[in-house]
Design a protein around this ligand. Structure first.
Ligand code: UD1
Ligand code: UDP
Length: 363
């Protein structure tokens, strides 16, 4: 029997694959669900599988961090063994993590085709491991699901060798499907100290592994003109503890640090906040969902999501303390109406991807 193996490994992959898993179930496409385990803490991984009511993974691993190379190699080795054992007709991966590249490599070396969801994003910043991962994965994939025309154009410019489809981004599907549930179930607002607040996240390696940048972020949040609610990624917490600034920031009156939150709680905070300040990829996209529509300040030097900037939702504000504070003031002082449509589609990307796969594999 033909089967598609859907592989996830980190928080955003679980969130963005969830609508595809549902669309597969609805269209009766046989699937094997695998968690390759790049994220291993409960609140970065299983929490999302449970909350999004996904099936229990058929195969599940936990990969301890080691180095980037060893993490990638360890996932290749595990996935190769699993792919040999299960022989799926297609392996579907999403995004740009080490787990995505490792899984795609393991598959192509066994002659198993790969489908890449969220293909064609480019930051043109080769400091980022994600930029290596997404470029390499695109060039070894058979089916490339580009979220937008811009990502399709990136792929055409690089002459990728196989089929490109523009589908929208499944994160919009996820927000539309989960926000009504979140608004019913989440109690997160009961524990937030502030009425009006900025929602912040930071975890990109090129930011938080650089102590100067990490310090810039924390000082900007401590001095921001609105209080900051900050669910902290484990990478960032580790760096803050190593650099001995965690306790000071935890005690700052202007910052409320939270552990990594479940998706429902996070959606409610996105809906309620005044501004989002982030270096996350997925959050830049979610801010454009018609039911969220929030201004986003991107604390980076580049973005692989230029659609958010072009549509007027986002600004790339760099990583300097003064620049961050100035940009927050600017948004608060010049409120503007944001577009009603998201550049990432209509919330039906997963259904499109499922139908394309059904047709291509003649299920
Ligand atoms: C990874 C991805 C990044 C993605 C992010 C989503 C790569 C190169 N990076 O970054 O693109 O945006 O996931 O959140 O693939 N840690 C835990 N528990 C966990 C996960 C991480 O404690 O469940 C800590 C560990 O100390 C680990 C560190 O965070 O060493 C970094 O984790 P890793 O998966 O290597 O990278 P992320 O920063 O999470
Ligand atoms: N998210 C979450 N809880 C949090 C922080 C983020 O559920 O505490 C969600 C967020 O809504 C988005 C995804 O996690 O869907 C983004 O993950 P992350 O920023 O870790 O990775 P990136 O998108 O940058 O790869």
């Amino acid at each position: 029997m033909k089967t598609v193996m859907i592989v996830v490994g980190t928080r955003p992959e679980i969130i963005k694959m969830a609508p595809i898993i549902r669309a597969f179930q609805k269209n009766r496409i046989s699937l094997t669900f695998v968690n390759c385990g790049q994220h291993h803490s409960h609140n970065m991984s299983q929490q999302f599988i449970e909350e999004l009511e996904l099936p229990t993974p058929d195969y599940e691993y936990k990969v301890k961090a080691y180095s980037q190379g060893l993490q990638t190699a360890s996932i290749i080795a595990r996935m190769e063994r699993l792919l040999k054992k299960t022989s799926p007709s297609l392996v579907l991966v999403e995004g740009d993590t080490n787990g995505v590249l490792a899984t795609a490599l393991a598959a192509v070396k066994l002659g198993i085709p790969v489908g890449h969801v969220e293909a064609g994003l480019r930051s043109f910043d080769l400091r980022m491991p994600e930029e290596h991962n997404r470029r390499l994965t695109d060039h070894i994939s058979t089916y490339l699901f580009a979220p937008t025309k811009t990502s399709e154009n990136n792929l055409k410019r690089e002459n990728v060798w196989r089929k490109v489809y523009v589908t929208g981004n499944t994160v919009i599907d996820a927000v539309i499907q989960q926000l009504p549930i979140a608004e019913k179930k989440s109690k997160i607002l009961d524990s937030i100290r502030f009425e009006k607040f900025i929602l912040a996240t930071a975890h990109r390696a090129e930011n938080v592994d650089d102590f100067t940048v990490l310090k810039n972020f924390m000082e900007a949040f401590a001095e921001a003109p609105l209080p900051v609610v900050y669910p902290m990624h484990p990478r960032t917490k580790k760096r803050m503890l190593q650099n001995k600034i965690y306790a000071k920031i935890k005690n700052s009156r202007n910052i409320q640090i939270l552990p990594p939150l479940g998706y429902l709680d996070f959606l409610v905070l996105m809906k309620k906040c005044e501004i989002i300040v982030t270096d996350s990829g997925g959050i830049q996209e979610e801010a454009t969902a018609p039911c969220i529509r929030k201004p986003v300040l991107v604390t980076r030097l580049s973005t692989e999501r230029p659609e958010t900037v072009e549509a007027g939702f986002a600004e790339v504000i760099g990583v300097e303390k003064r620049g961050i504070i100035k940009a927050i003031h600017k948004v608060l002082d010049n409120r503007k109406e944001l577009p009603e449509k998201s550049p990432y589609g209509d919330g039906k990307a997963a259904e499109r991807i499922a139908r394309i796969i059904q047709k291509e594999l003649a299920f």
